[in-house]
Design a protein around this ligand. Sequence first.
Ligand code: GLA
Length: 389
Amino acid sequence: MNAILIKNTSRFFQETFGTTAEKTVLSPGRINIIGEHIDYNDGYVLPAAIDKIICFAFEKNNSNQSRIIAIDLNDEFEINLADPIELTDNMWTNYLRGVLKQLKLKGFKVEGFNCVFSSTIPVGSGLSSSAALECGFLFGLNELFNLNIKPVDIALMGQSAEHWVGINCGIMDQFSSVMGLENKVIKIDCRTLEYEYHNADFNDYSLILFDSNVKHTLMTSAYNERREQCEEGIAIVKNNFPEVTSFRDCTEQHIIELKDVMSAAVYKRSLYVVKEINRVILACDALDKGDIETLGKLMFETHEGLSTDYEVSCAELDMIVDTLKKEEAVIGSRLMGGGFGGCTINLIKKGHEDRIKKQLSALYFETFGIELKIYDVKIGNGTSLYKNN
Ligand code: GLA
């Protein structure tokens, strides 16, 4: 599928500009095995890049004017890099404007260029198409203009672009899009940005994503609100226990003792965060030992916490996880990413995938009148130049 994507992107470039692209970049979406909503709470996360990607093609055009075309949207914009960069009503363009703004703020010299891109990452499914967009675009400009930006800084600048657009996200999505490695999950320490690769070996189980195909609520405001509640929570903890510097140093007992001085929401969010930070450590050990049953159990617990305490689930996601919990062949299932819709990530015993896909799709459609989407993902490499260049 990606070979076709690359071919079509290159052909489109050639037909539009009459030249062969100078640089072709592939930038992946991501999954997250466990560690949700804790990247901005100094926790560990366990994501991986996937084989759903955005393909970009670039060339310099020796002018001040840059032209950027989203092939799939049949839409484009032009930007004069000498002009101030502002947010617009056209959302997809803002992620790219945000990247250009970051480059300007940091004093990098970028001249006019042409860029086209096309994608196999579903949008709004919690697979971080926006991180792939920011990081792939920045990676390409870095190559085109020899800016010498280091990979981790590409991720950080991508994150800043996302903040500028309005989501006060953590670093997980951009980091995994840039730093992913085939068949490896990345354990990221979001406090220090240290990271290590672990084998993504799930033994007898297949990793499958079920996409609820819904998107509820104003994700941006709900996300930012969760983040503020966590900031309030940790501030209260620090006031009462000066030895604690972040949620990483907190025990459940710390939070429980502060129940009366926290609002109900802040209490629940804080308790979830402390538990989830511990779950990731246990889950990573279980993965290393090949104890996929324990990993799966922890995933179910994460879902429970996200649904009850963090309150970022919805009826559709709960239904998927509740249904799969009753299946002996499913040992782990939880909502993945920001929540309020998008995907669940599931570990299904090999040999049972087709039956479960069929049964769940039918039940899901019967319950909500919505088509369930299914992705069999492979763990792939992070953002990279396509080898033809
Ligand atoms: C979104 C954000 C990430 C992370 C997840 C939840 O994907 O972009 O930084 O917070 O939600 O884990």
